[in-house]
Ligand binder design. Structure first.
Ligand SMILES: NC(=O)C1=CN([C@@H]2O[C@H](COP(=O)(O)OP(=O)(O)OC[C@H]3O[C@@H](n4cnc5c(N)ncnc54)[C@H](OP(=O)(O)O)[C@@H]3O)[C@@H](O)[C@H]2O)C=CC1
Ligand SMILES: N[C@@H](CC=O)C(=O)O
Ligand code: NA
Length: 428
């Protein structure tokens, strides 16, 4: 008897997954055990890029997760509800679940994994982070004997695609976003990509796996890329950096607290993450004793994501074929305690800041004095441009406590010579 799939969603990822499963030649022979039994969609009238028997497609998704014949539910619909409820129902009916839905896992992971553990089934989520890049299973299995210190990633394909094209072609933000949507990279609501929320969901998942505890999503500091302008990209370039949306989870050396954050960051050009362009993602994991290991590959798109979804399905087929009484602890997620996350003001980092000031002598000196009052030392100060009669000054600091830097900025904002501070970015 074949293993019966109930797939929820036939959009970009669902279609890619069905295409892969319908084209098995040259792939793992275990795939032949799989039957696409039901596929749930919102509309039966839409033209699809795959052919499926009429009785397979349905708009009754609840019937799929309740159907005793279904062995594995593959949730590829996205969004929070009804995805969360359908996943929980599937688990409660004793079905394994594969999902690409980082939004649901980052918010309801505790509830979902507890339900799965009680039901004695697995929830697999390789596609939820880094698209096609194998990173979830390596963190759960191959790297799990390491003490992880830092996970640093470019983990949103849409924003990396946008920033790359803004940098290399000087393209306009909204034109490139429209291309990312057309290519199937963006979320149904691309706000979550652009505002950094998708990357925050993903780093919460990676941090949970890497540091062995639950992560409260509200504790993850998050800034998106809307504030990144062509001007900043040009200045960064001149200073030897590229701007990337980084997601970082790092253990403080002197406490058990974590720093978990997403923000646009100036990355030095020689750094391995600086050369990750377009829809590609990369995740740099640092641990002991392994040192550094980097995972690189396509972070979004139909085929790449289908590869991750189908590898999870294949793992579950293998589980179903070799049924064991006890669950495999390397497949489950059983964290009970929450990781302690330090506030962003405690972060120690370098900063890039761009000021528009009146073109008067002594402005740079006044800036330097304010920074000095809070122990902020400057690595470089550049004054090259003018904008609308205002002088443009760019500074890069040495490492500073974010709280001290913000106090200095508050004082600087009150200086008569300062018009505005259009950009404030962290430097890796
Ligand atoms: N796109 C990508 O590159 C990646 C996406 N993901 C994740 O994969 C998931 C799917 O993304 P993607 O394929 O891009 O999304 P799409 O918007 O392209 O597809 C969503 C599918 O789900 C169906 N659907 C959505 N809501 C409902 C509902 N309430 N009832 C019935 N059917 C519903 C839609 O039906 P219909 O077709 O009838 O409208 C559609 O087939 C998301 O969680 C996303 O975050 C993860 C990695 C990469
Ligand atoms: N919208 C996401 C899709 C993959 O997770 C992205 O752009 O990375
Ligand atoms: Na992945």
């Amino acid at each position: 008897m074949g293993v019966k799939l109930g797939i929820l969603g036939l959009g970009t990822v669902g279609t890619g997954t069905v295409q892969l499963l319908q084209d098995m030649v040259g792939r793992n022979p275990l795939l032949q055990e799989i039957e696409i039994y039901r596929v749930g969609v919102r509309s039966l009238d839409k033209i699809r890029n795959v052919e499926l028997p009429a009785q397979v497609l349905t708009t009754d998704l609840a019937a799929i997760v309740n159907d005793p014949a279904v062995d594995i539910v593959v949730e590829l619909m996205g969004g929070l509800e009804p995805a969360r409820s359908l996943i929980l129902k599937a688990l409660n009916h004793g079905k394994h679940v594969v999902t690409a839905n980082k939004a649901v896992i980052a918010r309801f992971g505790a509830e979902i994994f507890t339900t799965a553990n009680q039901a004695g089934v697995y929830v697999m989520l390789e596609a939820a982070v880094g698209g096609g890049i194998p990173v979830i299973q390596p963190l759960k299995q191959s790297l799990s004997v390491n003490r992880i210190n830092t996970v640093t990633g470019i983990i949103n394909g849409t924003t990396n695609y946008i920033l790359t094209r803004m940098q290399t072609e000087g393209s306009n933000f909204s034109d490139v976003l429209a291309d990312a949507q057309r290519l199937g990279y963006a979320e149904a609501d691309p706000t979550s990509d652009v505002e950094g929320l998708d990357a925050a969901d993903k780093i919460a998942i990676l941090a949970s796996l890497g540091f062995g505890g639950r992560i409260n999503l509200e504790d993850v500091y998050c800034e998106g890329i809307r504030q990144v302008s062509k001007t900043d990209i040009t200045y960064a370039e001149k200073l030897g950096f590229v701007i990337k949306l980084l997601a970082i989870a790092k253990k403080y050396t002197d406490s058990s607290d974590l720093s978990v954050r997403v923000h646009p960051t100036l990355v030095p050009k020689p750094h391995p993450l600086a050369s990750i362009n377009g829809v590609y993602n990369a995740i740099l994991v640092e641990g002991e004793p392994i040192g550094q290991v980097m995972f690189f590959g396509p972070g979004a798109g139909a085929g790449a994501t289908a590869s991750a979804v189908t590898s999870d399905i294949l793992n579950l087929v293998a589980v179903l074929k070799t049924s064991t009484a006890n669950p495999n602890p390397l497949f489950t997620c059983a964290h009970q305690d929450y990781c302690q996350i330090a506030p962003i003001t405690e972060l120690v980092t370098r900063f890039y800041a761009r000021f528009l000031t009146k073109d008067q002598p002594g402005v740079i000196g006044k800036l330097g004095t304010c920074f000095g009052n809070y122990g902020v030392s400057l690595e470089s100060v550049v004054q090259t441009g003018f904008q609308g009669g205002l002088a443009e000054i760019v500074v890069v600091t040495h490492d500073v406590r974010e709280g001290d830097f913000r106090k200095a900025l508050a004082e600087i904002k009150n200086l008569e010579d300062i018009d505005s501070i259009p950009s404030l970015l962290r430097v890796l």
